[in-house]
Design a protein around this ligand. Structure first.
Ligand SMILES: C[S@@+](CC[C@H](N)C(=O)[O-])C[C@H]1O[C@@H](n2cnc3c(N)ncnc32)[C@H](O)[C@@H]1O
Length: 252
Protein backbone atom coordinates (compact mmCIF):
# COMPACT_ATOMS: atom_id res chain seq x y z
CA UNK A 1 0.00 0.00 0.00
CA UNK A 2 1.67 3.27 -1.06
CA UNK A 3 2.23 5.64 1.83
CA UNK A 4 3.72 9.08 1.96
CA UNK A 5 6.35 9.14 4.69
CA UNK A 6 8.69 11.76 6.01
CA UNK A 7 12.30 10.68 5.98
CA UNK A 8 14.83 13.12 7.31
CA UNK A 9 12.91 16.15 6.08
CA UNK A 10 12.00 14.86 2.62
CA UNK A 11 8.50 13.73 1.71
CA UNK A 12 8.69 10.46 -0.15
CA UNK A 13 6.22 7.99 -1.54
CA UNK A 14 7.24 4.44 -0.86
CA UNK A 15 5.72 1.10 -0.24
CA UNK A 16 5.89 0.30 3.43
CA UNK A 17 5.74 -3.43 3.94
CA UNK A 18 6.31 -5.75 6.90
CA UNK A 19 9.81 -6.19 5.42
CA UNK A 20 10.73 -2.51 5.71
CA UNK A 21 8.36 -0.55 7.98
CA UNK A 22 9.94 -1.30 11.34
CA UNK A 23 13.47 -0.64 10.06
CA UNK A 24 12.47 2.68 8.48
CA UNK A 25 10.82 3.74 11.73
CA UNK A 26 14.09 3.16 13.62
CA UNK A 27 16.20 4.89 10.94
CA UNK A 28 13.81 7.84 10.75
CA UNK A 29 14.13 8.36 14.50
CA UNK A 30 17.93 8.49 14.13
CA UNK A 31 17.73 10.96 11.22
CA UNK A 32 15.28 13.09 13.18
CA UNK A 33 17.85 13.44 15.98
CA UNK A 34 19.98 15.45 13.56
CA UNK A 35 17.57 17.58 11.53
CA UNK A 36 19.03 19.49 8.63
CA UNK A 37 22.38 17.67 8.73
CA UNK A 38 23.72 15.79 5.75
CA UNK A 39 24.86 12.49 7.21
CA UNK A 40 27.56 10.23 5.86
CA UNK A 41 25.96 6.82 5.41
CA UNK A 42 27.69 3.53 4.59
CA UNK A 43 25.60 0.56 3.43
CA UNK A 44 27.68 -2.61 3.57
CA UNK A 45 26.24 -5.28 1.31
CA UNK A 46 23.69 -2.66 0.28
CA UNK A 47 22.85 -4.56 -2.91
CA UNK A 48 20.66 -2.70 -5.37
CA UNK A 49 20.03 0.26 -3.05
CA UNK A 50 16.67 -0.42 -1.43
CA UNK A 51 17.79 1.65 1.55
CA UNK A 52 20.67 3.59 0.02
CA UNK A 53 18.63 5.39 -2.64
CA UNK A 54 15.86 6.64 -0.31
CA UNK A 55 18.53 7.84 2.14
CA UNK A 56 20.22 9.74 -0.70
CA UNK A 57 16.83 11.13 -1.73
CA UNK A 58 16.52 12.41 1.84
CA UNK A 59 19.71 14.40 1.23
CA UNK A 60 22.36 12.16 2.76
CA UNK A 61 25.64 11.09 1.23
CA UNK A 62 25.61 7.31 0.83
CA UNK A 63 28.38 4.88 0.01
CA UNK A 64 27.43 1.30 -0.84
CA UNK A 65 30.14 -1.34 -0.54
CA UNK A 66 29.04 -4.62 -2.06
CA UNK A 67 30.80 -7.70 -3.39
CA UNK A 68 28.51 -7.99 -6.42
CA UNK A 69 29.19 -5.90 -9.55
CA UNK A 70 25.71 -6.73 -10.85
CA UNK A 71 24.05 -5.39 -7.71
CA UNK A 72 26.17 -2.24 -7.90
CA UNK A 73 25.24 -1.71 -11.55
CA UNK A 74 21.55 -1.93 -10.61
CA UNK A 75 22.17 0.47 -7.71
CA UNK A 76 23.85 2.98 -10.02
CA UNK A 77 20.91 2.84 -12.45
CA UNK A 78 18.40 3.20 -9.64
CA UNK A 79 20.26 6.19 -8.17
CA UNK A 80 20.39 7.86 -11.59
CA UNK A 81 16.66 7.28 -12.16
CA UNK A 82 15.94 8.83 -8.76
CA UNK A 83 18.12 11.84 -9.60
CA UNK A 84 20.58 11.23 -6.74
CA UNK A 85 23.58 9.80 -8.61
CA UNK A 86 25.76 12.55 -7.13
CA UNK A 87 24.95 11.40 -3.60
CA UNK A 88 25.45 7.66 -4.10
CA UNK A 89 28.90 6.13 -4.39
CA UNK A 90 29.16 2.46 -5.35
CA UNK A 91 32.29 0.55 -4.36
CA UNK A 92 32.92 -3.08 -5.14
CA UNK A 93 34.56 -4.69 -2.15
CA UNK A 94 34.42 -6.96 0.80
CA UNK A 95 32.70 -6.11 4.04
CA UNK A 96 35.67 -7.06 6.16
CA UNK A 97 38.08 -4.93 4.10
CA UNK A 98 36.34 -1.61 4.67
CA UNK A 99 39.46 -0.03 6.15
CA UNK A 100 41.02 0.19 2.70
CA UNK A 101 37.82 1.51 1.11
CA UNK A 102 36.34 3.94 3.64
CA UNK A 103 38.21 6.42 5.83
CA UNK A 104 38.03 5.21 9.47
CA UNK A 105 35.79 7.12 11.91
CA UNK A 106 34.02 9.11 9.16
CA UNK A 107 30.60 7.47 9.00
CA UNK A 108 27.49 8.69 10.90
CA UNK A 109 25.24 5.75 10.09
CA UNK A 110 26.24 2.32 8.87
CA UNK A 111 23.77 -0.23 7.50
CA UNK A 112 24.53 -3.93 7.30
CA UNK A 113 21.32 -5.70 6.32
CA UNK A 114 21.08 -9.42 5.51
CA UNK A 115 24.84 -9.76 5.16
CA UNK A 116 26.23 -11.24 8.39
CA UNK A 117 24.43 -14.51 7.69
CA UNK A 118 26.17 -15.01 4.33
CA UNK A 119 29.77 -13.86 4.93
CA UNK A 120 32.58 -16.27 5.81
CA UNK A 121 33.08 -14.76 9.27
CA UNK A 122 30.81 -12.09 10.74
CA UNK A 123 33.16 -10.85 13.49
CA UNK A 124 35.66 -9.05 11.20
CA UNK A 125 32.78 -7.49 9.26
CA UNK A 126 31.27 -6.07 12.46
CA UNK A 127 34.72 -4.89 13.58
CA UNK A 128 35.10 -3.11 10.23
CA UNK A 129 31.70 -1.42 10.66
CA UNK A 130 32.78 -0.10 14.04
CA UNK A 131 36.07 1.19 12.66
CA UNK A 132 34.22 3.09 9.92
CA UNK A 133 31.85 4.76 12.41
CA UNK A 134 32.56 8.08 14.06
CA UNK A 135 32.34 7.96 17.85
CA UNK A 136 28.62 8.40 18.52
CA UNK A 137 27.71 7.00 15.09
CA UNK A 138 24.99 4.37 14.74
CA UNK A 139 24.73 0.92 13.19
CA UNK A 140 21.59 -0.67 11.70
CA UNK A 141 22.11 -4.41 11.50
CA UNK A 142 19.57 -6.90 10.15
CA UNK A 143 20.10 -10.64 10.57
CA UNK A 144 18.11 -13.79 9.93
CA UNK A 145 16.28 -15.18 12.96
CA UNK A 146 16.82 -18.78 13.93
CA UNK A 147 13.53 -19.43 15.75
CA UNK A 148 11.40 -18.39 12.76
CA UNK A 149 13.37 -20.69 10.46
CA UNK A 150 12.83 -23.63 12.81
CA UNK A 151 9.09 -22.96 13.03
CA UNK A 152 8.52 -22.45 9.30
CA UNK A 153 10.51 -25.56 8.34
CA UNK A 154 8.59 -27.64 10.89
CA UNK A 155 5.21 -26.24 9.83
CA UNK A 156 6.03 -27.12 6.23
CA UNK A 157 6.71 -30.69 7.28
CA UNK A 158 10.52 -30.53 7.10
CA UNK A 159 11.10 -31.76 10.63
CA UNK A 160 14.61 -33.02 9.84
CA UNK A 161 15.65 -29.56 8.63
CA UNK A 162 14.04 -27.94 11.67
CA UNK A 163 15.96 -30.30 13.95
CA UNK A 164 19.22 -29.52 12.13
CA UNK A 165 18.62 -25.79 12.57
CA UNK A 166 18.10 -26.30 16.30
CA UNK A 167 21.16 -28.52 16.73
CA UNK A 168 23.66 -26.58 14.66
CA UNK A 169 25.64 -24.08 16.76
CA UNK A 170 25.37 -21.51 13.96
CA UNK A 171 21.72 -22.16 13.11
CA UNK A 172 22.45 -23.45 9.62
CA UNK A 173 20.89 -26.60 8.17
CA UNK A 174 24.10 -27.70 6.46
CA UNK A 175 25.92 -27.30 3.16
CA UNK A 176 22.71 -26.93 1.11
CA UNK A 177 21.38 -24.16 3.32
CA UNK A 178 21.48 -20.76 1.61
CA UNK A 179 22.50 -19.12 4.90
CA UNK A 180 25.64 -19.89 6.87
CA UNK A 181 24.11 -18.86 10.16
CA UNK A 182 21.03 -17.49 11.91
CA UNK A 183 20.72 -15.65 15.17
CA UNK A 184 18.64 -15.30 18.25
CA UNK A 185 18.45 -11.84 19.79
CA UNK A 186 21.01 -12.51 22.52
CA UNK A 187 23.60 -13.95 20.15
CA UNK A 188 23.22 -11.08 17.68
CA UNK A 189 23.48 -8.51 20.47
CA UNK A 190 26.56 -10.27 21.84
CA UNK A 191 28.23 -10.17 18.42
CA UNK A 192 27.79 -6.39 18.22
CA UNK A 193 28.75 -5.82 21.87
CA UNK A 194 31.95 -7.84 21.42
CA UNK A 195 33.00 -5.35 18.73
CA UNK A 196 32.41 -2.40 21.05
CA UNK A 197 28.90 -1.33 20.00
CA UNK A 198 26.18 -0.49 22.52
CA UNK A 199 22.92 -2.10 21.42
CA UNK A 200 20.06 0.36 21.93
CA UNK A 201 17.10 -1.39 20.31
CA UNK A 202 16.16 -4.80 18.99
CA UNK A 203 13.08 -5.32 16.83
CA UNK A 204 11.60 -8.32 15.10
CA UNK A 205 10.95 -7.86 11.38
CA UNK A 206 8.20 -10.06 9.89
CA UNK A 207 6.94 -11.60 13.12
CA UNK A 208 3.76 -12.85 11.45
CA UNK A 209 4.04 -12.01 7.77
CA UNK A 210 5.69 -15.27 6.70
CA UNK A 211 3.42 -17.43 8.85
CA UNK A 212 0.07 -16.20 7.55
CA UNK A 213 -1.82 -17.65 4.61
CA UNK A 214 -1.35 -15.42 1.56
CA UNK A 215 -5.10 -14.68 1.50
CA UNK A 216 -4.83 -13.08 4.94
CA UNK A 217 -1.56 -11.22 4.32
CA UNK A 218 -2.68 -9.95 0.91
CA UNK A 219 -6.26 -9.33 1.97
CA UNK A 220 -5.55 -7.23 5.06
CA UNK A 221 -2.20 -5.48 4.44
CA UNK A 222 -2.90 -2.45 6.62
CA UNK A 223 -4.02 -4.57 9.57
CA UNK A 224 -0.98 -6.81 9.17
CA UNK A 225 1.36 -3.82 9.10
CA UNK A 226 -0.19 -2.41 12.28
CA UNK A 227 0.09 -5.77 14.03
CA UNK A 228 3.72 -6.15 12.94
CA UNK A 229 4.46 -2.69 14.38
CA UNK A 230 2.72 -3.59 17.64
CA UNK A 231 4.65 -6.85 18.06
CA UNK A 232 8.08 -5.82 16.78
CA UNK A 233 9.60 -4.72 20.09
CA UNK A 234 7.79 -7.19 22.34
CA UNK A 235 9.34 -10.50 23.37
CA UNK A 236 8.39 -13.27 22.93
CA UNK A 237 6.83 -12.19 19.58
CA UNK A 238 9.96 -10.21 18.60
CA UNK A 239 12.13 -13.28 19.02
CA UNK A 240 10.05 -15.34 16.59
CA UNK A 241 10.51 -12.88 13.72
CA UNK A 242 12.03 -13.94 10.42
CA UNK A 243 14.64 -11.22 10.88
CA UNK A 244 16.06 -9.35 13.85
CA UNK A 245 16.93 -5.68 13.53
CA UNK A 246 19.52 -4.33 15.94
CA UNK A 247 20.24 -0.66 16.31
CA UNK A 248 23.53 0.03 18.05
CA UNK A 249 25.91 2.88 18.64
CA UNK A 250 29.65 3.36 18.85
CA UNK A 251 30.23 5.07 22.20
CA UNK A 252 31.09 8.77 21.87
C1 LIG B 1 20.72 -10.64 0.74
S1 LIG B 1 21.52 -9.33 -0.05
C2 LIG B 1 21.02 -7.94 0.95
C3 LIG B 1 21.01 -6.66 0.19
C4 LIG B 1 20.53 -5.46 1.00
N1 LIG B 1 21.41 -5.19 2.13
C5 LIG B 1 19.11 -5.64 1.44
O1 LIG B 1 18.87 -5.77 2.65
O2 LIG B 1 18.23 -5.65 0.57
C6 LIG B 1 23.19 -9.56 0.48
C7 LIG B 1 24.14 -8.60 -0.19
O3 LIG B 1 25.41 -8.71 0.45
C8 LIG B 1 26.41 -8.75 -0.55
N2 LIG B 1 27.56 -9.43 0.05
C9 LIG B 1 27.67 -10.75 0.34
N3 LIG B 1 28.87 -11.00 0.91
C10 LIG B 1 29.50 -9.81 0.99
C11 LIG B 1 30.78 -9.41 1.47
N4 LIG B 1 31.63 -10.28 2.00
N5 LIG B 1 31.11 -8.11 1.40
C12 LIG B 1 30.26 -7.20 0.84
N6 LIG B 1 29.05 -7.53 0.37
C13 LIG B 1 28.67 -8.82 0.43
C14 LIG B 1 25.76 -9.45 -1.72
O4 LIG B 1 26.40 -9.14 -2.95
C15 LIG B 1 24.34 -8.90 -1.66
O5 LIG B 1 24.20 -7.72 -2.42
Amino acid sequence: MPRVTRLGGVEQTRTLTPRTAVIWAVLRAELDRRPGEQLTVLDVGGGTGGFAVPLAEAGHQVTVVDASPDALAALTRRAAEAGVADRVRAIQGDGDALAGLVEPATVDLVLCHSVLEVVDDPAPVVAALVTALRPGGAASVLVAGRAAAVLTRAMNGHLDVAAALVADPDGSAGPRDTLRRRYDADAAAALLAAAGLVVEEIHGVRVLADLLPAAVADGQPAALLELERALAARPPYRDLAAQLHLFARRPA
